[in-house]
Structures are given as C-alpha cells and as structure tokens.
Design a binder for this molecule. Structure first.
Ligand SMILES: Cc1cn([C@H]2C[C@H](O)[C@@H](COP(=O)(O)OP(=O)(O)O[C@H]3O[C@H](C)C(=O)[C@H](O)[C@H]3O)O2)c(=O)[nH]c1=O
Length: 186
C-alpha cells in the first residue's frame, strides 16, 4: 500500500496493493492494521456510501455536514472514473479555501482520505461511474450543507455539469459562513 501527501495538509492519497493474476486482481481496499503499521491512524468509520452517476459530467458537491456531525471520508471509485475534490473549510487553517483534485478510477485504485472540516465533491469522467466511500459520522440531514461548485476557481474540466437542484442553488463560497471555526471543531 502507498500513502502520499497532497498539497492540502491532512488530505492523503492511499493506494492499496493489487495482487494480480490471470483472473484479474485482489486488493484489501480497507485494512486498519496495515494503515496503522504505516503510521496512519484514521478515525473509526461508521457508514459506507455508494452512488452511481449514469452520465459523464455529473457533478455532486461541494458538500459537508456541520459539526458535531462533520464527516471524514475515505473515497474510491468502484467503476468508471471521476475527479475528486477536497476544499479546506476550516477558518483556522492556513489552507482555508484552498482545494486539491485527484483522479480516482477503477483502473488506478486510488483512494482519497478527506478529514472532517473539508468540503467534498466530484465530477464523473465516464458514464456509469460508481463512487464508494467510508464516513466517520452518520448521515444527518439537518446538518447537511453545500457550497456552489463554481465559486472557488476549481478546474473541474466541465463547464455545464449535470447537477441536483440543491447543488445548482448552493451559496457561493464567498457568501457562505463556514461552521468549521478551527481544526479542533472539525
Ligand atoms: C448523503 C446521504 C444521502 N441520503 C439520501 C438523501 C437523498 O434522498 C438521497 C440523495 O442525497 P444527495 O442528493 O445529498 O446525494 P449526493 O448529491 O450524492 O450527496 C453526497 O455527495 C457528496 C459528494 C458527499 O460527499 C456526500 O456524502 C453527499 O452530500 O440520498 C442518505 O440517505 N444518506 C446519506 O448519507
């Protein structure tokens, strides 16, 4: 397994080892003991999510859950290809408002660890793309929120994505008050 830092402190790319043979491959997509042996102790996960987006150019984001329901997410692409984006939303952070994007695909097997306190979104780069991700807090509809995808200068590679009504109407980052007041509050 490989663990790589990104330009955002705390956001990591984790790539499990794939054991390949003539049938295909086998990989341990999640193994707490292996990560801890590599010096990475992630919080406990309590919920797994799975969504399918039928068309390329589908954008879901930028989403968060406010404290005390803030979610850390370990994201991977089970089928297809997507561009996954994390934005630091912690007002106390030197990276506040900064973003990174990573291509996750069934081919590259990469995973993105996004700690609580970050906005999360992705845009699909292939039809019938499936995302699966582990969350450190349960879904809480009342603390679920969003920021407009096109209000942070993120280069999504699309100009007219397929969006939910919620995402189309989300507030711009500049007009939004983050609920994450410091790293400890995330
Ligand atoms: C997130 C969630 C949603 N739902 C229900 C609520 C709606 O009836 C339906 C679709 O929800 P939504 O439109 O919020 O789904 P996405 O647009 O994929 O939202 C997700 O996309 C971004 C990328 C994320 O990181 C979040 O996990 C989440 O915000 O599933 C649940 O029952 N449980 C859940 O955990």
């Amino acid at each position: 397994m490989q663990i790589e830092q990104t330009a955002l402190s705390g956001v990591l790319v984790i790539t499990p080892l794939r054991h390949r043979d003539e049938r295909g491959f086998f990989a341990e997509s999640w193994n707490r003991r292996s990560l801890e042996a590599a010096g990475l102790a992630l919080p406990e996960f309590v919920q797994d999510n799975h969504s399918l987006s039928r068309q390329a150019g589908t954008l879901r984001g930028l989403h968060y859950q406010a404290p005390p329901h803030a979610q850390g997410k370990l994201v991977r692409c089970g089928r297809g290809c997507l561009y996954d984006v994390a934005v630091d939303a912690r007002r106390g952070s030197p990276d506040f408002g900064r973003w990174i994007g990573v291509e996750l695909s069934e081919e590259n097997g990469r995973q993105l660890w996004i700690p609580p306190g970050f906005l999360h979104g992705f845009v699909t780069r292939a039809p019938d793309t499936e995302i699966v991700y582990k969350c450190t807090a349960h879904y809480d509809r009342d603390s679920d929120g969003g920021v407009h995808w096109n209000s942070l200068g993120i280069d999504w590679g699309v100009t007219d994505p397929i969006l939910s009504g919620k995402d189309r109407d989300a507030p711009a980052f500049a007009d939004w008050t983050t609920p994450f007041t410091s790293e400890s509050d995330a």
